[in-house]
Design a protein around this ligand. Structure first.
Ligand code: B12
Length: 269
């Protein structure tokens, strides 16, 4: 008679421990990703192997940064053309092609969308583009980003708030920041633009967030944002301020560094 080994568990229990549906665990067993043995007509799995598997899955992976075959500079020129012409389908297709090739959304945003948006801003300032064309382009980018909001697997690094303060109506940079943090496994409360500082402070305390990211696009509002960041820090919250020309991978690094910095400080208390 076959004996069920003591250190094993059934598939139902394994799925629960990993935090997935039974069918998902079954699929992994069938594909060989999750080792299991058939004992008396049902699967048995080594409990320690399952624990290791669950731990591996929970660990946040680094964002993917594969490079496309065509250079980013050319792609962002192409994107600029699509956005200015209002060619939404082509713009969306360009982005899906890159994402399909394994390029991270942070890289797509930083290297393809951001240069195109900056060029649109320049052309608009120089009077070469109408405001209506800029508005149409921004709306297209908003919809594309909305479709591509990352949903990574694994444990979150912590909770972050992303916002731009009262007087700053530039939502897009906050969306870009939210996407990059989300892709880097943060739970993100994206509060958009034009947010009164008092409301922000109330929200951060209510939600017990770990990090506050303030995005400033209008230069004259920078001081006010820095003041708010200092006030937030006075409440024991971590706050960082960023704006034009600052990159999304820099934001990811700063967010992680701040986290490490604080955990070191906490451990000394
Ligand atoms: C789209 C747009 C608008 C749209 C916004 C729509 C939307 N849904 O967001 C609308 C029409 C509302 C708008 C309005 C105005 N705009 Co405008 N706008 C732009 C444009 C074309 C793109 C903005 C954008 O999305 N930039 C995001 C990307 C492309 O670049 P980025 O700024 O470097 O952002 C990065 C960082 O912010 C980073 N990031 C975000 N958070 C953090 C945090 C950290 C810690 C780090 C490290 C990084 C980081 O993420 C982004 C990506 O890397 C820019 C052009 C430009 N150069 O950006 C002008 C621009 C920003 N606008 C400008 C101006 C002047 C205005 C108006 C005053 C125009 C007017 N006369 O009404 C108003 C202001 C309204 C207000 N009170 O806010 C100027 C700003 C000048 C200045 N230095 O203050 C610009 C630069 C255009 C120009 N060349 O003159 N605008």
């Amino acid at each position: 008679m076959a004996v069920v080994p003591a250190e094993t568990i059934d598939l139902q229990t394994a799925a629960r421990q990993i935090g997935v549906h039974y069918q998902t665990a079954y699929k992994w067993v069938r594909s060989g990703e999750l080792p299991a043995a058939m004992v008396m007509g049902s699967y048995r799995l080594d409990r320690y192997a399952v624990a290791r598997f669950a731990e591996r899955r929970a660990r946040p992976g680094p964002p993917r940064t594969r490079r496309p075959r065509t250079g980013f500079a050319l792609l962002s020129r192409r994107m600029y053309g699509h956005l200015v012409a209002g060619e939404e389908r082509q713009a969306a297709r360009l982005i899906s092609g890159l994402v399909g090739d394994g390029v991270s959304m942070t890289t797509v945003a930083q290297d393809v969308l951001v240069p195109a948006l900056r060029d649109i801003g320049e052309a608009w300032r120089a009077g070469r583009l109408d405001i209506s064309v800029e508005h149409r382009a921004s709306a297209i980018v908003e919809r594309i980003l909305g479709e591509r909001y990352p949903n990574p697997r694994g444990r979150r690094r912590g909770a972050a708030v992303v916002a731009a303060l009262s007087g700053d109506r530039h939502v897009l940079p906050t969306t870009l920041a939210a996407i990059s943090l989300r892709e880097d496994n943060w739970l993100v409360h994206h509060l958009g633009a034009d947010l009164p500082p008092d409301e922000l402070m109330w929200f951060c305390q209510e939600e017990h967030v770990d990090l506050v990211v303030l995005t400033v696009t209008v230069s004259k509002l920078r001081r006010a944002a820095t003041r708010t960041a200092v006030q937030l820090e006075g409440l024991g919250l971590r706050a960082i301020v960023g704006g034009p020309g600052r990159a999304l991978d820099e934001l990811q690094r700063l967010a992680r560094h701040e986290q490490q910095h604080h955990s070191t400080a906490d451990s000394k208390q």
